[in-house]
Design a protein around this ligand. Structure first.
Ligand SMILES: C[S@@+](CC[C@H](N)C(=O)[O-])C[C@H]1O[C@@H](n2cnc3c(N)ncnc32)[C@H](O)[C@@H]1O
Length: 288
């Protein structure tokens, strides 16, 4: 069974903020979310919105970092444990607990249209059970000209990862497998198996896929047509984070070198190579 994101994240509420307190390339997990946060803050500093809503705010560590840059940010989360930790954190930082509340991004209640001219969602919307309903509801609340900045999982990374995801991607997106004659189909299957051996490497850490949380992946090249235009949004920019300097299997065997080289790419979130080298990307959209 695949778990709903908020349940799984609620269980980690007490420890989830540690990644922001001591970002460390050699921690169990690569500090991708710190790079993500920096990219969001850079965008907010350019846009200068009046009032920001952080959707799926987690422990509120990112919200506090945005506030430290002078942005008026409120946040909500659906995991009760996350809301409790977030309230505790903002109170400790000297803010009212009321800047955090409980809500569901898939069916947002109690927020008036135009109350926020910017919505940010860091690592949140791809956990929705109904992705389009979620984006539609969020876009609905924005005023014309309002901004939506969200991170998404990059389907195209499969072409770079050189593993079973690559094979699956090629069959799903490229090969007309069902049209091939029986013999050619068998030879193609054997060819793919030969060229993409499953690596027998002991994993040094878990990824989101090991955690069995349901997520959506998106293609940065089609995101405007597929998920922005249908909801009255236009694309303003695409940015990349969580670069992989080498195929991801090497992160388990050569962690230090792999991460040092990968982190160097994070200095340029607009680098086109992120289309392939990054497992995640950021979309900056604007309500028409
Ligand atoms: C990967 S965490 C990211 C947290 C935070 N934005 C950050 O960057 O540190 C995803 C968050 O989305 C929340 N979430 C998942 N489903 C949600 C929903 N339906 N409504 C609101 N929040 C949700 C989870 O509870 C979790 O706190």
């Amino acid at each position: 069974m695949k778990f709903d994101g908020y349940i799984k994240f609620g269980e980690q509420a007490e420890s989830y903020g540690e990644q922001y307190v001591k970002p460390d390339l050699n921690a169990v997990k690569y500090p991708a979310n710190v790079f993500r946060l920096n990219a969001f803050i850079n965008l907010l500093n350019q846009i200068k919105p009046a009032k920001v809503l952080d959707v799926g705010c987690g422990t509120a560590d990112p919200l506090l970092a945005m506030r430290a840059q002078g942005h008026e940010v409120h946040g909500f989360d659906y995991a009760k444990e996350m809301v409790d930790v977030a309230k505790r954190n903002v109170k400790r930082a000297g803010y009212s607990e009321d800047i955090i509340h409980h809500n569901n991004m898939e069916d947002i209640q109690g927020i008036e249209k135009g109350a926020y001219d910017c919505m940010v969602a860091l690592g949140a919307v791809y956990y929705a059970r109904d992705f389009h309903k979620t984006i539609s509801g969020m876009a609905e609340l924005l005023p014309s000209g309002g901004n939506l900045i969200m991170s998404l999982r990059n389907d195209m990374f499969s072409l770079y990862s050189m593993n079973d995801y690559s094979v699956e991607f090629m069959y799903r997106k490229f090969y007309p497998h069902e049209k091939l004659s029986g013999d050619l189909r068998k030879r193609l299957d054997a060819f793919m198996e030969d060229h993409h051996k499953v690596e027998d490497v002991e994993k040094a850490f878990k990824t989101i896929d090991d955690r069995l949380i349901h997520t959506y992946n998106h293609n940065p090249l089609t995101v405007e047509e597929e998920i922005l235009k249908p909801h009255g949004l236009k694309q303003k920019g695409l940015y990349f984070y969580h670069f992989h300097a080498l195929p991801p299997v090497f992160e388990h065997s050569d962690t230090e070198e792999f991460r040092k080289l990968s982190a160097e790419f994070e200095n340029n979130p607009a680098d086109w190579r992120g289309l392939f080298m990054c497992s995640t990307f950021i979309v900056h959209a604007q309500k028409i």
